[in-house]
Ligand binder design. Sequence first.
Ligand code: BG6
Length: 465
Amino acid sequence: MTAYNFPQDFWWGSAASGPQTEGRLPGDGKGDNVWDHWFQAAPEKFFDGIGPGQTSQVYTKFREDVALMKATGHNSFRTSIQWSRLLPKGTGAVNPEAVKFYNAYIDELLAQGIEPFINLHHFDLPWSLQAAGGWLNRETVEAYVEFAKTCFTLFGDRVKKWFTFNEPIVPVEAGYLYQFHYPLHTSLKEAVQVGFHECLASALAVAAYRELKQDGEIGVILNLSPSYPRDENNPADCQAAHRANLYFNRSFLDPALKGSFPPELIALLKEQDCLPVYRATDLTTIKDNTIDLLGVNYYQPRRVKAKETPLDHSHGPMPEDYFDVYDWPAKKINPYRGWEIYEKGLYDLLIDVRDNYDNFPCFISENGMGVEGEARYRNADGVIEDDYRITFIKDHLRYLHQALAEGCKVRGYHVWTCVDNWSWTNAYKNRYGLISVDLEHDASRTIKKSGHWFKQLAEEHGFTD
Ligand code: BG6
């Protein structure tokens, strides 16, 4: 038997987001965001035709959910403030109903001894800003800073962990390269501009947080995927992996933690004639406003090999000009989501942060497993027996434990997610929660076997097996 003990003050909890949980009610004052708009325009793109209005109804059920967080051992929980709820038009008037809701939600978390970790942007740009060009438009950066300041001023007396963005590379990849989120473009030049504006917006929010003399920590949450070469002994494969890492990890990691972009990435983008438009002072802003705390979302690795297929320039330059995706035959896969499960990737990421980013303080801000058709595992008491999820979490925690033992400054572990929530175009296809939701009836919640196990994990500060 081996004991995996974690520090007494380790953060145990889960993560979610406003747009994936809150839902919409008449009179709540929320404005449309890009998801509301896209769903109205193309509901067929969403699994089973379920859109962002029909989520797990946290807007009315948050007290029940906070009680369930407590019952599953949470000492911390992340969600996001929906920009389109707080500022329905993206800028200007504050929605008083939103202020009431977020105040009550935050107060309830605190009353139950659960620390709120609050994120500002989770893919949910207000529609009015998207219609005016979205993150391509520099005015969105200014609007975002106004939103961030409003949040700090309204809630910063109680919220002491803030995050500027969740996975800022997702709007870049999904919206402007690979066409799985609105506006479904493919243009590396646009993608780079969007990414640059997000980096600038994040740095400006960090600056505003400090100017307002707030006394908590502010960070960013990045989805990192270690890039592995097909063959470690093949220099061309290694160079391909190195370049994929520049595009997909270091593009956001370096500016957030070191205050500058990797020169090699700049050189590649220059070669592709895809450098962004910016002002010289922007680079100083990014340099001077690095974060305090890094959230690492880890789901899957990236596997690449040297470029073998001909360059496809039908959409102009792409990151894949410099590598090909490698399909590792030995991979273990989550068949529902189609993502590889590779637990050691979490350890490799943490070691990278330790060795190449001066052991920057971080935590695992998302890790989880989405499974379709979980109702088949429901027992006679109505509890979903999701042993596979317990195995998944344990398998990752062993590597996290090893990273801690080897000196990484990792402060916590948050599962994606608490109560099953709405997954963008996948809607409720794959369920990730420690707690199930009965969407067919009254959205009632039941703790899954993993939720009961998680409580024990948190109470015992680890597990033995
Ligand atoms: C993360 C996001 O990328 O993964 C979440 O922060 C998302 O918003 C989660 O829901 C799981 O991915 P998906 O696409 O299956 O919902």
